[in-house]
Design a protein around this ligand. Structure first.
Ligand code: NI
Length: 253
């Protein structure tokens, strides 16, 4: 059994959510953690999780929401999370200097406030970091907390620094791309720190690159990681599922 620890499901992207979830199950991807990271997707993700017992939630405001996110939104977010036992993480939260460079201070503030929410609720954090390694690292070091670096695609040096903070690394379709150093880096990432994710509908793995991604492609990612680490896919499957259960405190009987 696999867990897709990070994906986005929305009717805007998928005509038939039932089908997406069934497709995943048919490939042994039995649990999904979907991320609601703006007002609209937070609401929609909650609705989906209410309908499907095997769908859990990560909720939080993405850095691209910085300009429109108010303090009252954060108070509401905390209340929503507190009263919903399907929420297993706060995220994706973090810093994105690729799209927005002119509001770094505000992004940092929103990031830190949401780390505080996670700490108060004792939930792990799911980190989005793009072109912002140093600031992300400094904030996480200071926070001294637990979580995962979502869609990790960086080099070995960054991997080691995140690992030194105790963070898990979320590995997705990028590992299957031709020109990525992640194939090398993954060899140095301990098995007990790897989480599998698709980030659907984005970042579909090869040979579906450029198409719409789906949680059902998790085994393709798992296979590529196992191949590069020289281990059996069954071992990777079991270890990464255990990692996800442990970090997100998911109890599956
Ligand atoms: Ni995402």
């Amino acid at each position: 059994m696999f867990i897709d620890t990070h994906c986005h499901l929305s009717k805007d992207d998928y005509e038939d959510i039932d089908k997406v979830i069934n497709n995943a199950k048919n490939e042994k991807v039995e649990y999904l953690i979907i991320s609601g990271c703006d007002k609209k997707s937070i609401k929609e993700s909650i609705e989906i999780s209410n309908k499907y017992p095997n769908v859990y939630l990560a909720l939080g405001y993405h850095p691209s929401e910085t300009k429109i996110t108010k303090n009252e939104d954060l108070i509401e977010l905390e209340n929503i999370i507190k009263n919903n036992n399907k929420v297993v993480a706060v995220g994706e939260i973090g810093l994105d200097y690729h799209w927005d460079k002119d509001n770094k201070e505000e992004q940092i503030m929103l990031f830190k406030k949401q780390i505080d929410i996670a700490k108060r609720l004792n939930l792990p954090i799911v980190i989005h970091s793009r072109d912002a390694f140093q600031d992300t690292y400094d904030i996480l070091k200071e926070a001294n907390y637990k979580g995962v670096i979502h869609c990790f695609s960086g080099n070995l040096e960054n991997a080691k620094k995140y690992l030194s903070l105790g963070f898990y690394l979320g590995i997705g379709g990028v590992i299957t791309f031709k020109n990525t150093n992640l194939k090398e880096t993954i060899k140095e990432i301990p098995l007990d720190k790897i989480l599998l994710e698709t980030d659907s509908p984005y970042l579909a793995p090869t040979p579906y690159r450029g198409e719409q991604n789906e949680p059902k492609y998790i085994p393709i990612i798992a296979n590529e990681i196992a191949k590069n680490k020289g281990i059996k896919i069954e071992e990777l499957e079991q270890e990464t599922t255990n990692n996800a259960k442990k970090l997100f405190n998911i109890i599956i009987s």
